[in-house]
Design a protein around this ligand. Structure first.
Ligand SMILES: *Cc1c(COP(=O)(O)O)cnc(C)c1O
Length: 242
């Protein structure tokens, strides 16, 4: 497909800027910049925009609505990219989400949803990689496993022990969103809490969870400083959404 050279040029600059900020945040805390995956959150943006970003080497894309993601993934060239489901998954759409074959589902937020995904994954013969979304800030409007207080963590890890044995699913880490309006500095304690929760869960369950998905446009540098392996950045790359 032909891509608008002006758009390609603009995205090239913005992606390079985001990658530089990721790299300097990583280096500041002694991390390898290569250990951070930049997911370009392309929700609401048309395929032409994704194609332009792909042209300058962007490989990972995040979508939050199943129908929109499926339409984009039918485009020629989409199969060469990596697709992340970052939005809330309704239980009744669990089978369709598994069928869509996302490289990673970031938003498993209940045992019930995990059970549905597991049931759908088994006949496919594929193992679906997933992250467990956690609400570590205590903000009411956020979905995710409730993990704001240390007092909740033991029971939560018991639930995850059950969840981790579901066939057809592979839990590879945790995901969170900081409250609206936070910035690099104010979001850092939230991200640190997710990292601590992940460390405790891995120790208790005897598992290795390599992924910490945290950080968006306003706070991704802070997230990298706190150990994010995947940042989900939309506006800083594609501009404001409609
Ligand atoms: C939209 C969205 C993002 C990207 O947000 P920006 O502020 O545009 O960077 C990241 N994560 C999730 C879960 C989202 O829904």
């Amino acid at each position: 497909m032909t891509t608008d050279p002006k758009l390609v040029h603009q995205l090239d600059g913005r992606i390079a800027e985001v990658r530089e900020r990721i790299a300097s945040a990583a280096v500041a805390v002694g991390r390898d910049p290569e250990s951070v995956t930049l997911i370009a959150v392309s929700k609401t943006h048309p395929w032409a925009t994704i194609a332009a970003a792909a042209k300058v080497g962007q490989r990972d894309f995040g979508e939050n609505r199943l129908e929109e993601a499926l339409a984009k993934r039918r485009e020629p060239g989409a199969a060469d990219l990596r697709w992340h489901m970052i939005g809330h998954v309704q239980s009744r759409k669990a089978a369709a989400v598994v069928e869509a074959g996302f490289d990673l589902i970031h938003s498993v937020d209940t045992l019930r949803l995990a059970e549905r995904l597991s049931r759908a994954a088994q006949p496919t013969g594929r193992t679906q990689p997933v992250l467990l979304e956690c609400n570590v800030s205590g903000e009411d409007s956020k979905s995710g496993f409730v993990a704001a207080n240390h007092a909740d963590w033991s029971a939560l890890i018991d639930t995850w022990s059950t969840l981790g044995r579901l066939p057809g699913l592979s839990v590879v880490g945790l995901m969170t969103m900081a409250p609206w309006g936070t910035d690099d500095e104010t979001a850092r304690p939230i991200f640190a809490r997710l990292r601590e929760l992940s460390a405790l869960a891995q120790a208790r369950l005897g598992l290795v969870w390599p992924v910490l998905s945290m950080g968006m446009t306003d706070d991704y540098a802070g997230a990298v400083r706190e150990g994010a392996t995947h940042v989900r950045v939309g506006r800083a790359i594609f501009g404001d959404r409609g």
